[in-house]
Design a protein around this ligand. Structure first.
Ligand SMILES: Nc1ncnc2c1ncn2[C@@H]1O[C@H](COP(=O)(O)OP(=O)(O)O)[C@@H](O)[C@H]1O
Ligand SMILES: [Mg+2]
Length: 294
């Protein structure tokens, strides 16, 4: 297992941008006991910013570090499931997170799938999940459904990552209610900050009414192109606005990520020694070091 990346030199960091020495995130101790899971929602109301890519590759990198990981596909588009090689659109309703959410007697363990990555499991979704959003509207405590369902597997896993859809509707509210923390991928482009201000207001609303201890674990700069002034300026602005809340690890733009979607596997196995794989491995070490999970 290549957890000790020798490719860290290729990884973009906020330190490099600020002309500081990049940090060295240690390889965490292996765990002797597992659970209870730290639940993290990967959120941004904008699509195409790297939520699904981050869920898959941070998950795979945490699994490489010996963490038991569950990925929850919480987007009716099913991109997380497809990105892990699952033919989500052929799954029956009772084989997806829809069933887990809507039927309190459903056996969540039967719906959870193993992935090609040892230690990383998947709760798959497809377009049926959109129906859950409609049905939930009429339920009591409709924001708490996912939280209750995850409670039954929480003791087994160390980390549960929820890949949210790009809206702040009822499904995402369920994810934010279930979560201890939030990771926000921000694409290094001009309107990223404006979108984030809106998201912050919504997180504050969730804290006030549903989940007072919800924590912003970090903002993750994605699709960074160090060669363009634009990318560097946007990252500098994000850092200026939230100096303590940006992951030091930055995810650079590379065609390797779209390739992995087609391959149906994480970049850590598809292109084990690529800069992209090194970035997410580094992010996993940083995530643990700053207390994102054990
Ligand atoms: N760092 C990156 N560099 C280049 N392409 C990326 C990167 N991260 C993600 N992508 C690609 O961008 C598209 C959107 O990413 P995705 O993770 O699906 O975003 P979201 O889940 O926020 O909609 C996908 O085709 C993905 O392969
Ligand atoms: Mg997505």
């Amino acid at each position: 297992m290549n957890v000790k990346s020798t490719f860290d030199d290729d990884v973009a960091t906020t330190s490099t941008l600020l002309k500081r020495t990049p940090k060295s995130w240690p390889i965490p101790n292996s765990l002797i006991t597992h659970g209870p899971a730290h639940i993290i929602a990967v959120v941004n109301q904008k699509g195409g910013v790297g939520k699904t890519t981050t869920t898959i590759n941070l998950g795979a990198s945490l699994a490489e570090l010996g963490r038991r990981v569950l990925l929850v596909d919480f987007d009716p588009q099913g991109a997380l499931s497809v990105g892990l090689g699952v033919n989500a659109h052929e799954l029956r309703q009772e084989e997806t997170v829809y069933q887990v959410l809507m039927d309190s007697h459903a056996d969540i363990e039967k719906v959870i799938l193993k992935t090609s990555i040892p230690g990383m499991d998947l709760l798959p979704a497809n377009k049926d999940l959109a129906g859950a959003e409609v049905t939930l509207v009429n339920e009591m405590a409709r924001e708490f459904f996912l939280k209750r369902r995850l409670a039954s597997v929480s003791d087994y896993y160390d980390v549960i990552l929820i890949d949210c859809q790009p809206t702040l509707g009822l499904l995402t509210l369920n994810a934010l209610t279930a979560a201890h923390g939030v990771i926000v991928p921000l694409q290094c482009e001009f309107f990223a900050l404006r979108g984030f201000a809106q998201l912050q207001e919504n997180l504050e609303r969730v804290r006030m009414s549903l989940n007072p201890t919800l924590e912003l674990v970090g903002i993750l700069a994605t699709m960074y192109d160090k060669k363009t002034l634009h990318s560097r300026e946007v990252l500098a602005r994000i850092l200026e606005a939230f100096p303590d809340k940006v992951f030091e690890t930055v995810i650079a733009q590379t065609v390797r990520f779209p390739e992995t979607t087609v391959a149906g596997e994480p970049i850590t196995t598809y292109a084990n020694s690529s800069g992209g794989a090194a970035s997410y491995r580094r992010l996993a070490r940083e995530f643990i070091a700053i207390g994102g999970s054990k």
